[in-house]
Design a binder for this molecule. Structure first.
Ligand SMILES: Nc1ncnc2c1ncn2[C@@H]1O[C@H](COP(=O)(O)OP(=O)(O)OP(=O)(O)O)[C@@H](O)[C@H]1O
Length: 307
């Protein structure tokens, strides 16, 4: 079984009469990139703040690197880097100067860590350029550098893609993937846009109105969102042989009821149906099935809202 870095059990947070988190269970595995998905106000920041020790839960518990209370939990929290409530950047200072101030504030002895960290986030060549002149993406990277200065084992990033243009989102994704791959860093990252974390997250948790709706791995999500043509004909064996001959590299499954799932067949629906017709097959059903990631998310929260 893989090691767990963060585990929330029945985590609940109440602000007066408002229930921001309602008995949340969440597990972040070591070395994973956990995509925490929810609309604005769903409770993502609240959970992250509790995990980082910036807020107290009303009830329930948090376990970090195996520690769940007292001094051990405080020590475990030193292994986290986060962009929540990190100090504001000094706009008139360069990236190196900003990190130097942070290094002194935090008592980090190793001065060469500044250069290392700037290389990690791709800001090593920014020289004396003031952070005020940085693009939004560069500012995000500098914020990330601050979070990485103490060589954390886990990063907690609250909506880091906010304000980035599509290219900036792709760059951040590549950067985080690289850090995860090369240093084994575990990352908990939130977003209200599921597709932004696609091709990056290894695990997902969906939160809505303070409740965890679903937690699943990236491959489970892909399977759920995989698109296929559902085909039912009078002679499935013949249909399969026609498909095999007519469509190179066709991926399909024969269901117990004799229907066929032809994966990725959406775009080729026209040629598939004419192939089947030409073979004299009688088509009883021919339906595209599956959905886009974003639609999956809206259906999930729609279901929760109307349950
Ligand atoms: N300090 C607070 N006092 C009162 N209510 C709060 C406080 N912090 C958060 N809330 C409420 O708790 C709910 C969850 O907020 P939270 O910030 O965790 O959501 P979120 O998913 O991070 O959304 P966003 O992306 O908008 O930050 C919201 O309804 C919010 O208004």
């Amino acid at each position: 079984m893989s090691e767990t870095v963060l585990r929330a059990r029945q985590l609940t947070k109440r602000y007066n009469r408002h229930l921001a988190l309602d008995r949340i269970d969440l597990t972040v595995r070591k070395g994973s990139i956990y995509g925490f998905i929810g609309q604005n106000g769903a409770g993502k920041s609240t959970l992250m703040r509790i995990a980082a020790g910036l807020a107290h839960p009303t009830s329930g518990s948090v376990e970090l690197f195996g520690a769940s209370e007292g001094a051990k939990l405080v020590t475990a929290r030193r292994r986290i880097g986060t962009t929540i409530e990190t100090p504001a950047l000094f706009p008139h200072l360069s990236a190196t100067e900003n990190l130097e101030i942070y290094r002194l504030q935090q008592g980090i002895r190793n001065r060469s860590r500044i250069r290392e960290t700037l290389s990690l986030v791709g800001l090593a060549d920014t020289g004396s350029k003031k952070s005020a002149e940085f693009s939004m993406g560069m500012k995000q990277r500098l914020g990330l550098a601050i979070a990485l200065m103490s060589e954390p084992d886990m990063l907690i990033l609250d909506e880091p893609t906010n304000g980035l243009d599509p290219l900036g989102v792709v760059e951040l994704r590549e950067l985080l993937r690289g850090l995860n791959r090369e240093t084994g860093l575990t990352i908990l990252i939130s977003s209200h846009i599921l597709s932004e974390l696609d091709q990056m997250a290894t695990d997902y948790g969906f939160i809505h109105q303070g409740r965890m709706l679903e937690q699943l791995s990236a491959s489970e999500l892909q399977t759920k969102c995989r698109q296929y043509l559902h085909i039912k004909v009078d002679n499935p064996e013949l249909a399969l042989s026609v498909i095999r001959k007519g469509l190179l590299s066709a991926e399909y499954e024969l269901e117990p009821d004799g229907s066929i799932r032809l994966y990725g067949g959406f775009k080729r629906a026209g040629s598939v149906s004419s192939l089947l017709f030409s073979a004299g097959l009688e088509i009883e059903q021919f339906t595209p099935v599956g959905e886009q990631l974003e639609r999956y998310f809206s259906r999930l929260i729609g279901g929760a809202a109307y349950a």
